[in-house]
Design a protein around this ligand. Structure first.
Ligand code: F6R
Length: 611
């Protein structure tokens, strides 16, 4: 949440920063601001999108070789011009941008109020920079030392960058719990919440670690930790193409990402799965594979869509590996003193690799001695680095706030992990394994076919765009898909939607059904097909409007459903990768028809780096 970007070098800082903020806008978009050094240390900020800030900057003389900017997702204080970042210190000599949250800010604020400080905003960030300046004055030390001392007293999560009026070539940055990447160019440096604002200029990056402080001064980068130990910057090459972070002719990133799924699923399997050769390997798993194979229990921790992927994996692991699985909301797990025993293995799933609750759940499980596997999309992310082992999903950057291609890539990786374990444990026959591997390889083509239903789904969307509620029902492997379908709809179209196991409907939700209620059944031809057919009848008997996702060639359900969407046939354990696609498209089209901002839905942010 919140995106930060900074630049120092020979270019016009304003251009680099504004462009970078646009790339990071998926992280927060309620207000934006920029600081530049020209006449003085100038801060410009505006409620709204980065384009509103751009308008606000028009006609101003903004020549500066150093600058930093912020796009905000509000935590403390409502979204308005004043609460937008950057924030000045008391003297106005320093400015800060901050992604994260300072938990003990009210006690620090009180301390500073007692000393006569005055605050303009309601933010924790303004307190942070006042506090740093206060230490600097008191200790008569350089800025980076004041930052270091301040960090030893601050509780919370942060990625910060500070600029100084006194030092026109200085940027001081630090991180704990929120990501920060440093791009190293020729005589220039870039800082950003992720690599997307940087790759246009350089692919040499340094990922700052927790408790590290970076100082860029006079064209040199140095890093130390909060214990004041100097560290050698570890420069890595980031593999990210510019076209992957642009819309490429699609109206929205979400649509582009939905349509990318045949490729992202293939990319995810490439070099790892080859049914013909009987090859199934995940290099990142090797070292700890025995732990996973011998696990007494698997705990899956995740949030949102990633949690739904975990629920599908629960069915898959239990069926093929015969290991009990529990799927936990990371935000609950971390605070309820969970029982973690020797023999338990944790799998953490996260697209961004930065979700604060998932990260905290990992740290908790680690502190209790558990081995943690990560399934992340963003290479080098905090979760990827905090886990003992894992596998990347290789779905490419997901920029639309609603997760789509990350979900199907997570399922691909989780299925591969489960099949490797099942093979090792001997809980799957070679024949069954081969059959599933062959089927896995057909998924990209089947998703491609499901995408051909786009026009049909658009016309169904037109029928239901004004609905006020939706129910999604599925059983077995398709139950988590129902949850995912409902989440997609509510988050981008603001229509209330509930996902339920179809059989559970009778225990309450059936009371909601009347002639106005759209009920989406994921009713593909699997082991619970007949039961789902009965559930459809029950909804029809109460005049609910049934939209059914069925397997191609289904003869029965078209007779009872108002709308039928036919997806290609696939083994039921793999069906979620296909059956979710029409639901993604349905929510997309409904949201577009309702005039919603599909890529940046209200109140949401792509990486939830605060708890
Ligand atoms: C829904 C969505 C969120 C995320 C959740 C976890 O479309 O995007 O529910 O799935 O915030 O995020 P990651 O996977 O980055 O940990």
């Amino acid at each position: 949440m919140c995106g930060i970007v900074a630049y120092v070098g020979k270019r016009q800082a304003q251009e680099v920063v504004i462009k970078g903020l646009k790339r990071l806008e998926y992280r927060g978009y309620d207000s934006a601001g920029i600081a530049l050094l020209n006449e003085g240390l100038s801060v410009y900020k505006k409620k709204g999108k980065v384009t509103d800030l751009e308008q606000h900057l028009k006609g101003k003389a903004l020549n500066s070789h150093i600058g930093m900017g912020h796009t905000r997702w509000a935590t403390h204080g409502e979204p308005n011009d004043v609460n937008a970042h950057p924030h000045y210190s008391a003297s106005g000599k320093f400015a800060i941008i901050h992604n994260g949250i300072i938990e003990n800010y009210s006690s620090l604020k009180q301390e500073l109020l007692n000393k006569g400080h005055k605050f303009l905003s309601d933010t924790d960030t303004e307190v942070f920079i006042h506090f740093i300046e206060d230490i600097k004055e008191h200790e008569q030390c350089p800025l980076d030392e004041a930052v270091r001392l301040a960090l030893t007293r601050v509780v919370g999560a942060y990625a910060i960058v500070i600029m100084s009026l006194e030092d026109p070539d200085l940027l001081v940055a630090a991180r704990k719990g929120s990501p920060l990447v440093i791009g190293v160019g020729k005589d220039e440096f870039f800082l950003a919440s992720d690599a997307t604002p940087i790759v246009e200029y350089t692919n040499e990056v340094v990922y700052l670690n927790d408790q590290e402080i970076a100082v860029i001064n006079d064209g040199k980068l140095s890093i130390k930790n909060t214990a004041n130990l100097p560290l050698t910057p570890y420069i890595q090459t980031v593999d990210l193409e510019l076209e992957a972070i642009e819309k490429g002719g699609f109206e929205h990133f979400m649509l582009k990402e939905i349509f990318e799924q045949p490729r992202s699923i293939s990319d995810c399997m490439r070099g790892r799965l080859d049914a013909q050769k009987g090859r199934l390997v995940l290099g990142g798993l090797r070292e700890y594979l025995a732990k996973l194979t011998n696990a007494d229990r698997i705990l899956i921790v995740a949030c949102g869509t990633s949690w739904h992927a975990g629920l599908v994996a629960e069915y898959f692991f239990e069926e093929f590996c015969r290991i009990p699985v529990e799927v936990e909301y990371a935000s609950e797990f971390r605070y309820r003193n969970p029982v973690i025993r020797e023999g338990d293995v944790v799998i953490a799933i996260s697209q961004s690799g930065e979700t604060a609750d998932t990260l905290a759940a990992i740290e908790l499980a680690k502190s209790k001695g558990a081995i943690i596997f990560g399934v992340c999309n963003v290479v080098g992310s905090s979760i990827a680095r905090a886990t003992h082992a894992g596998a990347y999903t290789h779905a490419g950057p997901e920029i639309g706030v609603a997760s789509t291609k990350a979900f199907t890539a997570q399922l691909t990786v989780l299925n591969m992990i489960a099949l490797i374990v099942a093979q090792k444990k001997g809980t799957i026959t070679e024949q069954k394994l081969h059959e599933l591997l062959v089927e896995m390889e057909t998924i990209p083509a089947k998703v491609e076919r499901a995408l051909k239903l786009n026009d049909q789904i658009e016309s169904i969307a037109a029928e239901f765009k004004d609905a006020r509620n939706f129910i999604y029902l599925g059983r077995g492997y398709n139950f988590p898909v129902a949850l995912e379908g409902a989440l997609k709809l509510k988050e981008i179209s603001y229509i209330h939607a509930e996902g339920y196991p179809a059989a559970e409907m009778k225990h309450g939700p059936i009371a909601l059904i009347d002639e106005e209620m759209p009920v989406v059944f994921i009713a593909t031809n699997d082991s619970s097909y007949e039961k789902v057919v009965s559930n459809i009848q029950e909804v029809r008997a109460r005049k609910g409007r049934v939209i059914a996702i069925v397997t191609e060639g289904d003869k029965l359900i078209p007779k009872m459903a108002e709308f039928v969407i036919e997806v290609p046939s696939v083994h039921e354990a793999l069906m979620p990768m296909v059956s979710v696609v029409p639901l993604q498209l349905l929510s997309y089209h409904i949201a577009v028809m309702r005039g919603c901002n599909v890529d940046q839905p209200r109140n949401l942010a792509k990486s939830v780096t605060v708890e």
